[in-house]
Design a protein around this ligand. Structure first.
Ligand SMILES: C[S@@+](CC[C@H](N)C(=O)[O-])C[C@H]1O[C@@H](n2cnc3c(N)ncnc32)[C@H](O)[C@@H]1O
Length: 264
């Protein structure tokens, strides 16, 4: 499209590290969280963007496969700012279901209902986050969402923020509880907007401290396995914090809270 070709990609190439199945927890959350899933199910045009897919498009291919179960006619567009990575991904394309193109925070002119951007902003500076969020959310289709997060190499420790055009709505932790000594181990994977805020006096630090305390109190549940202990720890946390999901998600090693719980 001529209009698209004229857009200058917003942002800068960064390390392309990725791994098969690394983003399964956020994919599962998108497909399994009713208010997020509905955005894809109800879309007039079910276009989803994976922004910054990295050296290989493996996580984009997986996202497309998983979202097909949500809506058979979903289309996934992988955008990368690094042209060599765009060229390398073309062999995996399966248009119109799955396509790859060069683009940045301007989304190459696309108007998706959902943008997933994982491990992209972590290599930017904290003061670049707000502009990147605004650029992306300003280009969403009406009612659309941005899921922006960070995780470890194997996708066992993940944290993400979900935003709409009005700004951040929720904050999610997702982990393999068996991998944790304590929930605050997840702090090393906080999104860029929060990672420098994990210090006393900031809300995200208070949340990590409270979750560690609940985890300690839930120690007897370790007899039933680490997931049972996580579930019990979140159950203990919920009366005092704006937890927005239920036991069904906690059992997956997740918890989603209102953004107000961690807002810097
Ligand atoms: C660490 S990789 C993440 C790959 C994959 N999303 C994952 O989580 O496994 C980050 C990628 O984001 C790309 N990137 C950085 N800034 C970008 C931007 N503004 N728009 C599109 N891609 C960007 C980089 O070139 C790099 O390939």
């Amino acid at each position: 499209m001529a209009g698209r070709a004229r857009l200058t990609p917003l942002g800068a190439p960064t390390r392309g590290t990725t791994n098969p199945n690394r983003l399964r927890r956020s994919d599962r959350w998108v497909a399994g969280t009713p208010w997020v899933r509905r955005v894809v199910e109800d879309a007039a045009d079910p276009l989803v963007v994976d922004l910054g897919y990295g050296a290989t498009p493996v996580t984009t291919v997986e996202l497309a496969r998983r979202l097909t179960a949500v809506r058979a006619d979903v289309r996934v567009l992988g955008l990368e700012i690094d042209p060599e990575r765009v060229a390398a991904a073309r062999a995996a394309a399966d248009p119109p279901r799955l396509e790859f193109r060069r683009g940045g925070f301007e989304l190459a002119g696309a108007r998706p209902v959902l943008v997933r951007a994982f491990n992209v902003l972590r290599q930017y500076s904290e003061d670049e986050v707000a502009a990147a969020w605004t650029a992306v959310t300003g280009r969403l289709a009406p009612g659309g969402l941005l899921v922006e997060g960070t995780c470890d190499e194997l996708g066992r420790r993940c944290c993400w923020v979900t935003l709409d055009a009005a700004g951040p709505r929720t904050f999610t932790l997702a982990c393999r509880p068996a991998d944790l000594d304590r929930p605050s181990d997840l702090a090393e994977r906080l999104p860029k907007a929060l990672i420098h805020r994990n210090v006393p006096g900031e809300r995200v630090h208070a949340l990590m401290t409270a979750l560690d305390r609940c985890w300690a109190h839930a120690a007897p549940f370790a007899n039933f396995g680490p997931r049972a202990r996580w579930t019990e720890a979140v159950r203990m946390l919920a009366p005092d914090w704006p937890v927005r999901d239920t036991r069904r998600r906690w059992r997956q090693g997740e918890v989603t809270l209102d953004w107000s719980a961690v807002m810097p």
